[in-house]
Design a protein around this ligand. Structure first.
Ligand SMILES: Nc1nc2cc3nc(NCCc4ccc(C(=O)O)cc4)[nH]c3cc2c(=O)[nH]1
Ligand SMILES: [Zn+2]
Length: 372
């Protein structure tokens, strides 16, 4: 019996968009949903209470980072990641594959697993599918991700095919090594690079292994946006309708709208909080770069269409002042708004789908945001 269940509630008649709900041991998640990223057991500059205030339903943690620091053994001793970080709602943990390739200095990939040097102190480590499962079991996340190879953008077809076939073999090993199946669900990750026939092969092989949910990996890795959207449109409908679909590492408002239109249910991205720390806000009228001198005496809210705590209590002039002075509060307030804005966009998309006006909502948002 799986720890994760998905209920399809409503499908849009004119696109792949859909509303559903994911039931997990730590609570229910309305979909489509955006997951704030809490890489090292914290969503940067956000209190758990603030995350609840903005209605965050599920957050991400990272196997690679938590294995290196503080160590999954310590988090297990603390009673698991929920207890350690004081977050009692669902947590999804990425499996470490992507981070090993994108963060560590050197890595050697074999059928057995990946040997790499820590980006922190250069120490040597080895992660296999089994090791990734052990770490995620120790963390106690509600949704675990299979250990995969995220193929770099531009990899040739032979490499991509060999890699996706290894990722399938690794997924099988993950499923066999996964303990605690009644409390933690395990999602497979579709690879196949920029090749539609390989995406189909990867999806079919993983569907045969029967996971409670599926992610699209190997995207948002530097490919042109329209290439990602084209691959999304092709691959998403290949996945089972009765299981959640998760697009990893995505994304910006325009990508979220396209992903939902293709039938994606779950998203995560560090963009919202990373931009906030650089003083850039997402608003209904597009991006606002607060350092710009034009905001020096602008005593209007960040976004006059936003009803969040930040937009109700502070002005662009004040936020610009905090950013210029590199005050810690600037990261807190702009992160709060950027995450609220993104979670509100997902809620507005869910409502639009329920009322059969998703495509109209998408068009209106894109016009106001300046995408079209
Ligand atoms: N296990 C696994 N995890 C993944 C995580 C990903 N994350 C991305 N993209 C993130 C792109 C990204 C990176 C940084 C910023 C920023 O700093 O703003 C924004 C987006 N693509 C990804 C692909 C995979 C994948 O195949 N397998
Ligand atoms: Zn706001």
């Amino acid at each position: 019996m799986s720890a994760i269940k998905y209920e399809l509630i409503k499908e849009d008649k004119r696109s792949g968009a859909r509303v559903g709900k994911i039931i997990t041991p730590h609570g229910e998640i309305p979909t489509p949903i955006f997951m704030p990223v809490g890489t090292r057991a914290t969503v940067k500059a956000m209190l758990p209470e603030s995350l609840k205030e903005i209605n965050a339903k599920i957050i991400l943690g990272n196997t690679y980072h938590l294995y290196l620091r503080p160590g999954d053994d310590i988090i297990k001793k603390a009673g698991g990641l929920h207890k350690f970080m004081n977050w009692d709602r669902p947590i999804l943990t990425d499996s470490g594959g992507f981070q090993v390739f994108s963060l560590s200095k050197t890595n050697d990939i074999t059928e057995e697993g990946v040997t790499f040097r820590s980006h922190i102190d250069g120490s040597r480590h080895f992660i296999s599918p089994e090791k990734s499962m052990e770490i995620q079991n120790n963390l106690g996340s509600d949704i675990m991700m299979a250990f995969d190879e995220c193929v770099p953008y531009g990899a040739d077809k032979k490499y991509t095919k060999d890699s996706l076939e290894m990722t399938t073999r690794w997924a099988k090993r993950c499923k066999e090594a996964h303990k605690n199946t009644e409390h933690q669900g395990l999602f497979g990750i579709v690879q196949g690079g920029m090749f539609k026939d390989l995406r189909k092969q990867s999806a079919e092989q993983l569907i045969d292994l029967d996971f409670p949910g599926y992610a699209l990996g190997g995207l948002s890795v530097g490919e042109p946006m329209d290439m990602m959207f084209d691959l999304l449109d092709y691959t998403t409908p290949l996945l089972p309708k009765d299981k959640p679909r998760y697009l990893m590492g995505v994304g910006s408002p325009d990508a979220l709208l396209e992903g939902v239109k293709s039938g994606i249910d779950m998203f995560d991205c560090v963009l919202q909080t990373r931009m906030a720390r650089n003083g850039t806000a997402l608003t209904s009228a597009g991006k606002v770069t607060l350092k710009n001198a034009k905001y020096k005496e602008d005593f209007t809210p960040l976004d006059d269409k936003c009803d969040c705590y930040v937009c109700r209590n502070y002005t662009k002039a004040y936020l610009r002042h905090l950013v210029i002075c590199k005050e810690i509060l600037s990261s807190m307030l702009v992160s709060y708004h950027n995450l609220y804005f993104t979670l509100k966009l997902m809620e507005n998309m869910r409502n639009a789908i329920m009322e059969d006006r998703f495509l109209e909502f998408k068009h209106e948002f894109e016009k106001e945001y300046g995408i079209i």
